[in-house]
Design a binder for this molecule. Sequence first.
Ligand code: GCW
Length: 685
Amino acid sequence: AWLHYEGQLSNKGLAKWADCFRSIICIPGERGGVLNTAIGELASGIEALTGNKPEVTDAASAVDRKRCIAAGIIGAMPLDGLAISLAEAEQLPDEGFIIRTIDNGDLCSIAIAGRSERGLMYGVFHFLRLLQTEGIGENGFNVVEQPAFRLRMLNQWDNMDGSVERGYAGRSIFYRNYELLARSPRIKDYARLLASVGINGIAINNVNVHRQETKLITERYLPDVARVADTFRAYGIRLYLSVNFAGPLELGELDTADPLDPRVQAWWKERANEVYSYVPDFGGFLVKADSENRPGPFTYGRDHADGANMLADALAPYGGIVLWRCFVYNCQQDWRDRSTDRAKAAYDHFRPLDGRFRDNVILQIKNGPMDFQVREPVSPLFGAMPNTNHMMEFQVTQEYTGQQRHVCFLVPQWKEVLDFDTRLKGEGTRVKDLAAGKVHPYTHCGVTAVSNIGDDDNWTGHHLAQSNLYGYGRLMWNPDLEAEAIAEEWTRQTFGGDAAVVETITGWLMESWGTYESYTAPLGVGWMVTPHYHYGPDVDGYEYSKWGTYHFADWKGIGVDRTQATGTGYTAQYEAENARVYENLATCPDELLLFFHHVPYIHKLHSGKTVIQHIYDTHFEGVQRVEAQLASWLSLEGKIDEERFRHVTGRAKEQLENAKLWRDVINTYFYRKSGISDEQGRTIY
Ligand code: GCW
């Protein structure tokens, strides 16, 4: 993936610093500790980049110290001669680092100083990334970095039978035949990939916790869980497990899972105690309760605070936390019932509970109110509970965005979400500030996402889908990075620095989200996908189902009226100014029009086009864009190794065919419904 390094160090300015790459001076740390991981990564990275293995030593002579890389932890490394002051360094948070080159004429050195072991490791990966992408110039480096969010997590939706829910990259790297692949080198490689982009937590099993997975917190599996935790620990990543709320019942040990029953509480305390006896720094439990038929506190007439707090109390003595998901809605809705609106559910369920959750509970809130569609507004619940810890959940796996057969680089979408101004505490209350704990003083906060990897050789099914995993980590480290800068970094590291290669792939990635949106469900209405699989078009697939995801198209118009004036009233969940923007046709942004309003096909958008003409135009354009992307990719033949070239070409051709299907199904559907012809008279069936 992006860590293959070979031969990527540009020679620009290198001569001046070349001597430094010969030795690394560092005081060694504990065996298996993050510090040693960092030094190992630094040494092997430099060897791969320069072809020379550096000497690693802690016995620095005066001369050595002036021609070396000095790496260490602030407070534990001598800083003299490194142009770093203790006062400056001490301002950094735990995971921060400084990279600074010291130029004393012909005696140059490079310092990489972390505020902690993890800080050092992030510094090392950052340093290697700089060498890979820019090379080291005459002026060297002067970098001070720290992550924006404290928790930067991933969730694996992996099952113990080896399948991966919504996985599009092969089987699980974690499980096979109901056993953990605890010694698999793949897990270590994955830990490296994640650490290199700053991920610091991972939940290794699906939030839908089935029978066997319920036993992950028992002696049956804990020894193996502990081995996996060891692998991640060496890379500074904490391990979490998804748990089954009905665990005591499912394992046949109690006849109830009522969170207020003392026997249930004792059962979870015992489980927590056992988990920590195997994994002393265990992160905590991730819980999907009362959601899509999973058990939860509602069964016992209790609410979500009762449920989450019971688990929180069990974990508290060990410093563990509960990641409690807010994806709670009625999945048995009657499509005839126009008063129920799935988009309103999370807010309605959770908002009244503000202040009732323990301090070691975090609510995990999906970025949109529905479910990871190509376009949704930002969840109004995020930030709306000032007294309850929050984290935002994104989806790296492309469930609704082409399933890693289509290119859909999601960083621009996530960036829009993070930049969204909730206005909850006046103008400028952005999601990224809330997630960073800058608005409400949350004890725990940050971001998480559903991962997109599997045991395919290229990790992600589509080779270019690696950019989403990479981009998630990079953006969550620094949400102010430009999406394009991230795309370009990834491309350079993964495919090398050839100008045409970098420009073509970066350009493709940057256009891809808009392209995907243009040939799928229009104007924020969402869905229209094949039920259950969620790949390919089926306009009415969910229209008469129980899932609460409707578009309400008839012969006159389309869209979901979520206004307070005439619709479901969903807009009222936003802060007043945002609510006003969405409520009014005149101000509602085009791209979300059909999420908030039901309008006639002849309604004029801000763009000046009618809704129906917009649908036709974007669907024809979308296919043309895929054609153009494929053509520019094909122009790279010979500049990319054959294996990856053939693989990406194959996927792009499939994307094109599928985009044509989307175009023709959507255009035909709306032409037949509305009877309105395309102004340009193009072929519609
Ligand atoms: O979108 C839905 C997915 C389910 C998933 C669920 C969730 C893990 O289709 O596969 O279940 O979201 O987020 O819990």
